[in-house]
Write a protein that binds this ligand. Structure first.
Ligand code: JFZ
Length: 459
């Protein structure tokens, strides 16, 4: 124990940089799909045609919206939505094919959000999919369909439940509260073991709703549960949102060590600088509308990200060794929002051409470029250009003592070769030297594009 470090009983269980096959796969995903689907898809962020925008934190939180058209008996009304849940257009295979065509390598699916409704026929609660007119196991349909497309499945699981009498957010104090919360913990364990039993092909859990004091004080239980899940399911990947140490430190323990296999705090925000990540694995999850994970009927009047915005974020993440996960919020019938369909198709078209700069590509240790994002793989350096200079000259700064420099360049969009010139312009002479790549003035594209540089010894 280094000096100044606390002795911890409930610190990390896995090593900081797992090198097993499952974790190596995770590291190379690049792009993922998030799906928020549950009862909240039915109201679609509105009651009686009035949007909850600005009221509820997000569409999947509409149960807690108290706006003018919200039902008086809001909890009962919301809870009873399950009686109407009948997504007759749902076809898991269609979603999985769409995700595949988009280029997603993993999917995170909401098996149970904060409302506590289980999208699988859980033995441990009646509040589950088998009680709906739809009846069938949606989690199984998702797992099977995505497995068939070779897309790894992660299950989103909210610990906190709004609709469970045994759940409480405060620390259980009285004997009665302690007994109830112990039941809740046992129930949580049962559901998670049930999921591992039912869906043995899953690669990991994406936990949420773990911030309440009741869960935070249960550090011994959560530590043992994480161990048990990992023992039952070797290779299982769990992010840093699951549990905390005995001092209540979440994501990172009291000694600053990551709790879990990857940093899971990048939610609708991205790290500005690679150094912030401290070499940890991570993913970033992102909505297309400003803040709405579940279905929102009405996107008007909101800035919704377009394909260029998404590609920019994707490349920012991959250039810093992170996965980018784009959220979809299907409607109550099982259809994606038309804008989601459009963006998925456009991302797919772009990735079909530029894939080698993304999958398996890593951070390149070069000065940040004002033209776009660097990635590197197998001796090649890639620059995804978002900002094209007026003189069409892409200047690459390379450390002065670098063993490899750009010797040839090519455009992934059409395979054409680009001239490379050494330009020792004399700036930061001690640190960097420069290589210029000249773009054809006639290059026509309305998307970012990738320059692939073959690296070799400087001549
Ligand atoms: C949570 C949920 O409440 C939300 O509905 C959605 O499922 C999202 C993916 O996760 O929201 C969070 C959780 C954590 C942070 C912010 C929003 N955070 O750490 O900043």
């Amino acid at each position: 124990k280094p000096t100044g470090q606390k002795e911890l009983r409930y610190g990390p269980i896995t090593e900081a940089h797992r090198t097993d096959e499952a974790m190596e796969r995770f590291r190379n995903y690049g792009l993922g799909q998030f799906i928020h689907w549950g009862l909240y898809a039915i109201p679609g962020n509105e009651w009686e045609g009035v949007s909850a925008r600005g009221g509820a934190a997000a569409s999947e939180w509409i149960r807690s919206w108290r706006g003018p058209t919200a039902p008086k008996n809001w909890a009962t009304t919301y809870n009873n939505l399950y009686k109407q849940f009948n997504p007759t257009d749902f076809d898991a295979k269609r979603w999985a094919k769409q995700a595949k065509a988009m280029g997603a390598k993993y999917v995170i699916f909401t098996t149970k959000h904060h409302d506590g409704f289980a999208m699988w026929p859980s033995k441990y609660t009646d509040y589950n999919i088998s009680q709906t007119p739809y009846k069938k196991d949606i989690v199984k349909e998702i797992v099977d369909a995505y497995d068939a497309e070779g897309i790894d499945v992660f299950l989103y699981f909210s610990i906190l439940e709004w609709n469970n009498p045994n759940y409480m957010s405060a620390e259980p104090k009285t004997a009665e509260e302690k007994e109830r919360f112990a039941k809740f913990l046992a129930y949580t364990r049962n559901q998670l073991l049930e999921q591992l039993e039912n869906y043995p092909s899953i690669k990991g859990f994406w936990f949420d709703g773990t911030w309440d004091r009741s869960w935070v004080q249960a550090a011994e239980f959560t530590y043992n549960l994480e161990k048990e899940l990992r023992t039952k399911h070797p290779g299982l990947i769990i992010g840093s949102r699951f549990r905390n140490d005995e001092y209540g430190k979440r994501h990172f323990d009291s000694n600053g060590r990551l709790l879990g296999d990857y940093e899971q705090g990048w939610e609708r925000k991205l790290p500005a600088d690679y150094s912030w990540l401290d070499g940890n694995d991570w993913d970033a999850v992102m909505t297309i509308p400003p803040n709405g994970w579940g279905y929102m009927k009405d996107w008007s009047g909101l800035y919704c990200k377009d394909t260029d915005d998404i590609l920019d974020m994707l490349m920012q993440c991959v250039s810093m060794n992170g996965n980018f996960v784009l959220n979809f919020g299907p409607d109550g019938l099982g259809n994606m929002h038309p804008q989601e369909d459009k963006i998925a198709a456009e991302i797919g078209q772009w990735l079909a051409v530029n894939r080698e700069a993304i999958y398996g590509a890593k951070h390149a240790d070069l000065p940040v470029s004002k033209f776009g994002y660097y990635t590197q793989k197998q001796g090649n350096l890639y620059l995804t250009v978002f900002n094209r200079p007026v003189n069409n000259r892409i200047r690459i700064a390379i450390q002065k003592n670098a063993a490899a420099v750009p010797v040839r360049a090519q455009l992934l969009m059409n395979g054409s070769t680009l001239p490379v010139h050494h330009a020792d312009i004399g700036l930061d002479l001690d640190k960097n030297t420069y290589y210029d790549i000249q773009l054809p003035a006639a290059l026509e594209t309305d998307r970012p594009f990738v320059i692939k540089m073959i690296m070799g010894v400087p001549n």
